[in-house]
Design a protein around this ligand. Structure first.
Ligand code: IFM
Length: 465
């Protein structure tokens, strides 16, 4: 159901105040892009329809003990069937753009042939967005690798990088002119490290060397995909999305400061240095000791091909302490505000990391905050969902982003994660990140107060011109 806002201007203004950037913020400019995001496996469902093939997440979910309560994405938010209503909901939110991902196993078969029924779904979605006046930020890989690719070695197999480029070529030929911005990958750190290095995500491998090799092939696939994306869809922006977070030393000792630097290398520079400097951080190479990826001549140049924008996903920070010369551990500080993911709420970290990247990378492309948001134990009471912590979380992160922009960081857009509660990977459906509540029994969508406040702000901004 589309959301409804108060007509009375004072009530609208009071509502808008709950989730809005500070007065005078550059985020209030009309050309700043506000949106919300989702991903295919987390919302689509329809896992066996219209020729969709199994993905590594279907297999992972079917493996006992991998996902909380044995949940899976077979139905999820049933978005594959409910997309028209979901687009109406998006339109009523008043966002400029919607970020979603394409399920590779829906659009291509084992021989690399297009599956027109799957592709048509995305054409309908993109046309529906355009009809409603919204732009599309489309991610090609948000972790649902076709299982047939995993059976051939997945991201450990260099061939996968080339098949990914074929997939990018196909999608950008099919969808050209309908997409405002392409992202090759969402969070390669998670796909590589959680998927191959420690086994918390699909496909569930836990070998350090495999994590570094998977990362290299993910990044190589990104670089290989760029020429086709540019050639096929020249009007679209092309970029990649990384999950980032600052590491702060627990104490000001030299050891803990070194630990924080190692954390930064591992969490941020592992992905961003290859993309923006064409090299892996020396600190990591030393740390890997025998687990380094195999890098062929020319790979780093391919990975570092220019991009139009960098998507950054920010949720939290880490506080770390040294446990040895080149090792560290997370410090779980008591008494700090946290979310139901147990992630610390630390808006200042967003400003810090944006400013650090601007200093570190002279050629830092324009940035979109492609994900920011939080999970909470939201409940519908009397038809309403009062998510006070999320409203405050968003408002404080908008303020942090505004400060970084005022200090010269070129941020162009901000996408709240997520449009609606969805399948939160190994945690299943219990962790609710949506600004719209989903009752997974009935599929009823109920906009939370944060959604109403965000919509009120967007309506006010639109009225101000
Ligand atoms: O739900 C995920 C998303 O798929 C990737 N970024 C982090 C989100 C919250 O964990």
């Amino acid at each position: 159901m589309p959301l409804t806002l108060p007509v009375d201007p004072h009530a609208l203004a009071a509502l808008a105040e709950l989730v809005s950037p500070p007065a005078g913020s550059p985020m209030r400019r009309r050309d700043f892009v506000f949106g919300v995001g989702t991903s295919s496996y987390q919302i689509e469902g329809a896992a066996h329809e219209d020729g969709r093939l199994p993905s590594i997440w279907d297999s992972f979910c079917a493996t006992p003990g991998k996902v909380a309560r044995g949940e899976n994405g077979e139905v999820a938010c049933d978005h594959y069937h409910r997309w028209p209503q979901d687009l109406d909901l998006l339109e009523s939110l008043g966002v400029d753009a919607y970020r979603f991902s394409i399920a590779w196993p829906r659009v291509m078969d084992e021989q690399g042939r297009p599956n027109s029924r799957g592709i048509d779904f995305y054409k309908r979605l993109l046309d529906g967005l355009a009809e409603r006046g919204m732009r599309a930020f489309v991610t090609l890989y948000h972790w649902d690798l076709p299982q047939w690719m995993e059976d051939r070695g997945g991201w450990l197999n260099r061939e996968t990088a080339y098949r990914f480029a074929d997939y990018a070529d196909l999608m950008s030929r099919e969808l050209r002119g309908r997409v405002a911005a392409w992202a090759t990958h969402n969070e390669p750190w998670c796909a590589a490290y959680l998927g191959y290095g420690n086994g918390h995500h699909a496909p569930g491998h836990n070998v350090t060397r495999w994590g570094t090799q998977a990362m290299h092939h993910l990044l190589l696939g990104h670089g290989l995909a760029l020429p086709a994306l540019r050639a096929n869809d020249p009007a679209a922006q092309v970029g990649i999305v990384a999950n980032v977070g600052p590491g702060y030393p627990d104490t000001e000792t030299e050891e803990d400061r070194h630990a924080a630097d190692l954390y930064d290398a591992y969490q941020n520079r592992w992905v961003l240095d290859p993309l923006l400097k064409g090299e892996y951080p020396a600190a990591l190479w030393k740390l890997w000791k025998g687990s380094e990826p195999l890098v062929l001549p020319g790979d780093m140049e391919t990975i570092a091909r220019p991009i139009d924008y960098l998507g950054l996903n920010y949720y939290s920070r880490a506080v770390v302490r040294a446990t040895g010369e080149d090792s560290f551990e997370w410090v779980h500080r008591p008494g700090v505000e946290r979310t139901t993911m147990d992630w610390e709420v630390h808006p200042q970290g967003l400003q810090d990391i944006l400013e650090a990247f601007k200093q570190r990378y002279p050629d830092l492309p324009p940035i979109h905050i492609t994900e920011n948001g939080m999970s909470s134990a939201d409940q519908v009471l009397g038809g309403q969902v009062e998510d006070a912590q999320r409203q405050s979380y968003l408002k404080r992160h908008f303020a942090a982003c505004s400060r970084a922009m005022a200090n010269g960081v070129d941020v162009r857009g901000y996408f709240i994660w997520s449009l609606m509660d969805n399948f939160e990977w190994a945690f299943g459906y219990e962790r609710r990140f949506g600004i719209v509540h989903v009752d997974f029994g009935t599929q009823r969508r109920t906009p939370k107060r944060s959604a109403l406040a965000y919509a009120a702000f967007l309506r006010q901004r639109a009225a101000a011109g």
